[in-house]
Design a protein. Structure first.
Length: 68
């Protein structure tokens, strides 16, 4: 099972439940300061072309709550 949600559903509770239940997930994130700090730590090699979205790039990163 997989979960995909847009930025309107960006919520730590939703992500935690998905993570704890073993559900693969992607949740669009609001452009908040902690997210910009996380993204600034990604290297050029962390990004790849998005499928079916000309000119868009995507990267996967762990959000801080996943480390706790």
């Amino acid at each position: 099972m997989r979960l995909r949600a847009d930025a309107g559903y960006f919520d730590g509770k939703l992500a935690r439940v998905a993570f704890l239940e073993g559900v693969e997930f992607a949740i669009g994130a609001k452009r908040i300061a902690p997210l910009w700090r996380l993204l600034s730590g990604l290297s050029k090699q962390d990004w790849t072309d998005a499928i079916g979205m000309d000119g868009a790039r995507v990267a996967v990163a762990s959000y801080p709550w996943m480390s706790a």
